[in-house]
Design a protein. Structure first.
Length: 353
């Protein structure tokens, strides 16, 4: 790995109490270029713009995918990653679906650890705080030809993060727009998946909802995801969540929740979840909680669900009664080294660079 540290680091002016998530970037980034059928050297360089052409194929034809993950700082200043090998596996799954070259474990995990190590002072300590990390792969070849590109870049950038959705949100069940279709790229973290979601989400925002509950493209009878999150539904004392598929992202937070629920002996059913079942449970007083999970948000509890012009108001349970909040606390305590890690998920980043 080639290390080129910044001669004018900005971390000394970073205020962990006052920053903008997603717009504040750490001092360095990882880049690696693919050309002539192979990846070159991994480089840690100062964060900044890169020279690209408007004819770059990633912009014109959408060969681009990414990951979302976090690093955490505990009370002693130690730094931890959370299940990074899962992100490595998933970015290559996405890259393969988009006909892009996979990255190596050394590139991904080695670059990730170097970046987090060098910029560890950027990671804010405290409840809900972390470093949000964005590995990505995109086509860089300059050519207006609708074909597989010959040049790519792998990069990792990062931004300090606070709690994402701190308050319960209202969501609307979509009965027209879909996030993904059979045979498509719904299971991949393809950049285009997110672009396609913005317009229907904007329409939902105009109706007073923060997000959408996406339903299946064929019948709109089954819940798939919400916004960029996997969905959990609690009916009485049983949790339901749709199985992952070629349309539903295999969320790492989702998988972690399933393990944590099992450890608490909470019944979980991974099966198709129909809109009808959720609405009937609401009418019968059996619908206790609905929530979304993802890397950025961890847990987003829903306070209301819009359905066919009606707003179904959900109870807001305290921590001791809420499965969503209890499992969230279990997860965050493991991530931040405030609890034992029986699964071996937490990985310490030792100082090296």
């Amino acid at each position: 790995m080639i290390i080129q540290k910044s001669t004018s680091p900005r971390v000394s002016s970073f205020d962990p109490e006052n920053f903008s998530f997603g717009n504040t970037f750490i001092d360095h980034m990882i880049i690696c270029e693919y050309e002539n059928g192979k990846w070159g050297d991994v480089k840690l360089v100062p964060y900044g713009p890169l020279p690209f052409s408007p004819a770059m194929m990633g912009v014109n034809y959408g060969q681009a995918c990414f990951e979302g993950m976090k690093a955490y700082k505990d009370k002693d200043g130690e730094i931890f990653l959370f299940r990074p090998e899962k992100n490595f596996e998933r970015i290559n799954k996405s890259a393969t679906r988009l006909a892009m070259p996979p990255v190596t474990e050394e590139m991904f995990l080695g670059g990730l650890r170097a970046l987090v190590d060098v910029d560890r002072d950027w990671i804010p300590y405290g409840e809900g705080n972390s470093l949000y990390i964005r590995p990505l792969i995109f086509a860089t070849e300059e050519a207006l030809k609708a074909r597989i590109a010959n040049k790519y870049m792998f990069a990792i950038v990062a931004t300090p993060a606070k709690s994402y959705y701190s308050e319960p949100v209202a969501v609307k069940i979509s009965n027209y727009y879909s996030r993904a279709a059979n045979g498509g790229v719904g299971f991949a973290k393809a950049a285009g998946n997110y672009a396609a979601s913005f317009y229907p989400t904007k329409l939902a925002n105009e109706e007073g909802f923060e997000q959408i509950i996406w339903t299946d493209d064929a019948t709109h009878e089954y819940i798939e995801e919400s916004g960029t999150m996997n969905v959990f539904v609690r009916i009485n004392d049983t949790i339901y969540t749709p199985p992952t598929s070629e349309k539903i992202l295999d969320g790492i937070t989702r998988d972690s929740f399933l393990h944590l629920a099992e450890r608490r002996n909470i019944e979980v059913r991974v099966e198709p979840v129909s809109v009808k079942k959720v609405v009937e449970a609401y009418r019968n007083g059996e619908l206790k909680e609905v929530w979304g999970v993802g890397t950025a948000v961890v847990t987003s509890v829903f306070k209301a669900i819009g359905y066919e012009g009606e707003k179904l108001m959900l109870p807001q349970l305290p921590l001791e009664e809420s499965f969503a909040l209890t499992l969230q606390k279990d997860l965050v305590d493991i991530q931040t080294n405030n609890a034992e890690d029986p699964f071996g998920w937490r990985q310490k980043v030792e100082p090296k660079y």
